[in-house]
Design a protein around this ligand. Structure first.
Ligand SMILES: Nc1ncnc2c1ncn2[C@@H]1O[C@H](COP(=O)(O)OP(=O)(O)O)[C@@H](O)[C@H]1O
Ligand SMILES: Nc1nc2c(ncn2[C@H]2C[C@H](O)[C@@H](COP(=O)(O)O)O2)c(=O)[nH]1
Length: 271
């Protein structure tokens, strides 16, 4: 059976990855990234086709990392990286990326395999871990040359080893200005993110643009170099606007259904 796949959405901008033509036993897969409304958007996609399977980011594991068998001994790695990025960036990226590998390598459920159009949507992926977040932390000086070299070494090794299982069919890039992302970040009021500054979101925005639009980021894997990218402008608030909601969901849904995806869809331009 041919299986579809999805991607991820992110902060200043959102991003969805989409994967098709998975091995018969795997189904299709998507992913999504950043703080711009990924969860909200994926909920919309879910309304179009309830069979599509979304894999959310394991945020709770980052917020409550078990350091021993007892619950009292857990650490909030998300808080630690925001409070002391020089100390914790390499550790965080190791843990976040391993959790993304595990999520992308997870066998597809029986229910999804029985679906007429199996689609998996991932919130972010092993690629945005490297080409957006880790790259950014290195450029900010929070990972030194040695840490960055080690991260890239094991990342390339793992992607090459599991290429068929971590490749994606497409990316949905949910684009919003850094200002809009900051506004939504304040709206959701996560304690760990209270100190996040606009400048940090601007940098993440730039990393997305360089990778997905300008294509100036050096990408190390042939299978994602020409991956189709659907760009959706999600600056408009649609929580109280059902027309806008329906339009966005339709555009996102069409990517999951398209038998042969065009190279790039352009629906919105950034800031
Ligand atoms: N298009 C939108 N219009 C209005 N509010 C939105 C929109 N998208 C997200 N939000 C709000 O912004 C906050 C963060 O959205 P969320 O979907 O949780 O982001 P993410 O999953 O990217 O981190 C939530 O309070 C959500 O209700
Ligand atoms: N340093 C990193 N931070 C990351 C990474 N992936 C996600 N995040 C942060 C961003 C948010 O504060 C939080 C959850 O993301 P949302 O999508 O809900 O905004 O985690 C990463 O790889 N590195």
């Amino acid at each position: 059976m041919e299986a579809p796949g999805c991607g991820s959405v992110e902060g200043t901008v959102s991003l969805l990855h989409l994967k098709r033509d998975l091995p018969e036993e795997n189904g299709n897969t998507f992913g999504r990234e950043r703080t711009v409304g990924k969860s909200t958007f994926v909920r919309l996609l879910g309304k179009i086709n309830q069979e599509w399977h979304t894999v959310t980011e394991p945020l709770n594991k980052w917020q409550s990392l078990q350091t021993s068998k007892t619950k009292e001994n857990s650490s909030n790695l998300l808080q630690m990286i925001y409070q002391d990025p020089s100390r914790w960036s390499y550790t965080f990226q190791t843990f976040s990326c391993m959790s993304r590998f595990k999520a992308q390598l997870e066998p597809v459920s029986e229910t999804l395999l029985k679906a007429q159009e199996p689609v998996q949507i991932f919130e972010r992926s092993v690629y945005s871990d490297r080409y957006v977040f880790a790259q950014n932390l290195f450029e900010l000086g929070y990972m030194d040359e040695i840490e960055w070299a080690i991260y890239q070494d094991w990342h390339s090794f793992l992607v090459q080893q599991f290429e068929d299982r971590v490749s994606l069919d497409g990316i949905i890039y949910l684009q919003a200005t850094p200002e809009k992302c900051l506004e939504r970040l304040h709206k959701r009021a996560r304690l760990e993110e209270q100190g996040v500054q606009l400048e940090y979101l601007e940098r993440l925005h730039t990393q997305h643009e360089k990778w997905l639009i300008e294509k100036t980021t050096e990408v190390h894997f042939e299978h994602i170099k020409d991956i189709p990218v659907l760009i959706l402008d999600i600056n408009k608030d649609f929580e109280d606007n059902t027309l806008e909601e329906a339009d966005l969901a339709k555009k996102g849904g069409s990517l999951c259904e398209e038998p042969v995806m065009p190279t790039v869809f352009y629906y919105g331009i950034p800031t």
